[in-house]
Design a protein around this ligand. Structure first.
Ligand code: ADP
Ligand code: MG
Length: 586
């Protein structure tokens, strides 16, 4: 039933022009398809990626004006102008994205308003583009002797574009780059620690949204046969965002539903409002504003959520059994100096959280890092993994100074980690979260993913993810949403994800915290097994019994400084440690 839903919908839409439906319906359907293309871009950019853009209408304008100008003034074939329009949209998006996508919080949406206005005013004030009057007499599209000039003629091209785009976006979201985009909303720290350049995927989402908008603009220009600046204004940009939010901004079909609802309301209001209030004006904007507030309050996941609730997604059928293993890195030789932490220092303003701490880890070592709360253990982890920049000192990993490197580059060199406060993508399944760990061991790009050329590698990624989950005793929960798990299993999931990076050194920040007794015992088993395999581990843990049986050496921190280093027995015997650490426990 679900598998037939898409083909059935596609067939219905593509057959619409030959069915005995009134021209008015065809026109509406054309607009819905055109809007849905833009809204689809916003699903990826805003709904999935968490980057709000009010400026998408400007990209529609880029596609429309490019084709209008080239086909009317220079006589270029409209089929060619599509590609020129896309190229210009990509170029503009890359430049704007490079400038604005590093902004955080509310600055990005504000920036999209700014460049949306700038692009729109440029269209309205350029002599060659006809200023506010725009360009008239745009030729219709011709295909194999058919004139696609009428609404009916163009309908299937519009819908073919929209349906192909929907398929491509669905493929993308279920792929390596798609999971990277889906991780953007959960903050950059975890994704970067898995080797993902979050900026790169923000740019990918931004460019993709711009391209979809430009295609919509191209179709729009040859549908209307005239362009002027009004449909590409910020007001329209807000309306596109409204469609995506109304439909359900995280979902591909929400884009279609939102576009349809907005188009129909818009049309009805243009008839109704003048009758009700006696004047014509842009009062529908006010109604949209009210509807938006109501939707955000009562259906924040949009209208599609009501449909989706009745058809919950089926868990992905495991088709990856027997897939080849992902590439692995060369193991360091036992005893090789792996990590050299040399007088590292971190000051947060006046607070010195880590004060000239030094220790070393050799391949095969399991080292415990202990100390009272606030001693600087997690900060030390963040210094080693590049989450924080060093205020002083040096970190050398396998002979290379990694201090200046960004987190993802350190991950690439073989340091895998977990976080004291679990970091995950709650709306992804456990399996998908763990597959994020395999990011650097795989390579499928955005285009390959949209074209479904990545299936072989996807199977390998999921096979690896399942293998790591099985190791940690969680294979039976792989299809659950990560956000629905209790804290203990979430922590274990993080360990599986870190293992999926094929680390040479594993950093675990309080892995046993919040675990039940049985889970703790299972974790200890896994750590012992890793130790037997020669894995090197740096471990922060408060449970002394847990640490004592496992680690070769312990580094004790207090108030940011290293208090002592020694074997578990030496540490337990130390009066200073007793006073500083054990003393606070008992
Ligand atoms: P531990 O992990 O040993 O409990 P942390 O490394 O988390 O300790 O914290 C050490 C000290 O640094 C604490 O006083 C903490 O408040 C402070 N600290 C940690 N991270 C930050 C930060 N990002 N900004 C400011 N202070 C921080
Ligand atoms: Mg900590």
């Amino acid at each position: 039933m679900r598998r037939l839903a898409f083909p059935a919908f596609a067939a219905l839409m593509l057959l619409l022009p030959v069915l005995p439906v009134p021209d008015f319906w065809i026109t509406q359907s054309n607009y819905i398809g055109l809007y849905a293309l833009v809204a689809l871009g916003l699903v990826v950019l805003t709904g999935v990626g968490g980057l709000t853009s009010f400026g998408q209408a400007a990209f529609v304008g880029v596609g429309a004006y490019t084709s209008a100008f080239l086909s009317t003034k220079l006589g270029v074939s409209p089929w060619l102008t599509l590609f020129v329009g896309i190229a210009i949209a990509v170029a503009v998006a890359v430049v704007l994205g490079a400038i604005t996508l590093r902004m955080s919080g509310h600055y990005l949406p504000l920036a999209t308003i700014a460049w949306g206005l700038v692009l729109n005013y440029s269209m309205a004030n350029t002599e060659g583009l006809g200023k506010y009057d725009g360009l008239l007499g745009i030729p219709s599209l011709q295909l194999a002797g058919f004139d696609l000039g009428s609404g009916r003629g163009l309908h299937d091209l519009i819908w073919l574009c929209a349906l192909v785009a929907a398929l491509a976006v669905m493929n993308l979201l279920d792929s390596r780059p798609g999971r990277a985009i889906r991780s953007l909303k959960s903050g950059s720290t975890m994704a970067e620690a898995m080797g993902i350049s979050t900026f790169r995927y923000k740019l990918v989402a931004f460019v993709l949204a711009a391209v979809l908008a430009a295609v919509s603009g191209w179709l729009f220009a040859h549908f209307q046969r005239t362009v002027n600046p009004t449909p590409f204004s910020i007001a329209k940009g807000i309306e596109y965002l409204f469609m995506a939010v109304l439909g359900g901004i995280g979902n591909v079909w929400g884009a279609f539903l939102g576009s349809a609802v907005v188009r129909i309301i818009e049309d009805q209001l243009q008839v109704l409002l003048p009758r009700l209030i006696g004047t014509s004006g842009n009062f529908e904007t006010i109604v949209f504003g009210i509807v938006l507030v109501v939707v955000l309050k009562y259906a924040p996941e949009g209208l599609w959520a009501f449909v989706a609730r009745r058809f919950p997604p089926a868990p992905r059928a495991p088709d990856w059994h027997g897939a080849a293993a992902l590439p692995t890195r060369a193991r360091p030789a036992r005893g090789e100096l792996l990590l050299d932490v040399d007088r590292v220092r971190k000051a947060f303003g006046g607070l010195v959280a880590v004060n000239d701490v030094s220790f070393r880890i050799h391949a095969g070592d399991i080292v415990g890092l202990i100390g009272p709360n606030g001693a600087g253990k997690s900060t030390t982890f963040n210094l080693i993994t590049g989450v924080h920049g060093l205020s002083g000192g040096q970190v050398t990993f396998r002979g290379e100074a990694v201090g200046p490197l960004p987190s993802r580059e350190i991950a690439r060199r073989g340091i895998g980690r977990t976080f004291q406060h679990v970091k995950m993508v709650p709306e992804m399944t456990v399996l998908e979260n763990v597959a994020l760990g395999g990011y650097l061991r795989s390579r499928a790009g955005t285009l390959a993913a949209m074209l479904r050329l990545d299936r072989d590698e996807e199977r390998r990624l999921f096979a690896e993810a399942e293998r790591q989950l099985a190791r940690i005793g969680m294979a039976d929960r792989m299809h659950e949403l990560a956000g629905n798990l209790p804290l203990g299993p979430q922590r274990l999931m993080e360990i599986a994800r870190a293992l999926a990076t094929d680390p040479a050194l594993l950093l675990l920040d309080e892995p046993a915290a919040g675990l039940r007794h049985k889970e703790k015992a299972a974790l200890a088993d896994v750590l012992r097994q890793l130790k037997a395999e020669g894995m090197s581990i740096l471990l922060v843990e408060h449970d002394m019994d847990f640490v004592m049986g496992l680690v070769d050496r312990i580094v004790v921190m207090e108030f940011g400084t290293k208090l002592m280093e020694g074997t578990p027995a030496e540490v337990q015997a130390s009066p200073a440690v007793r006073a500083a650490y054990l003393g606070t426990e008992h």
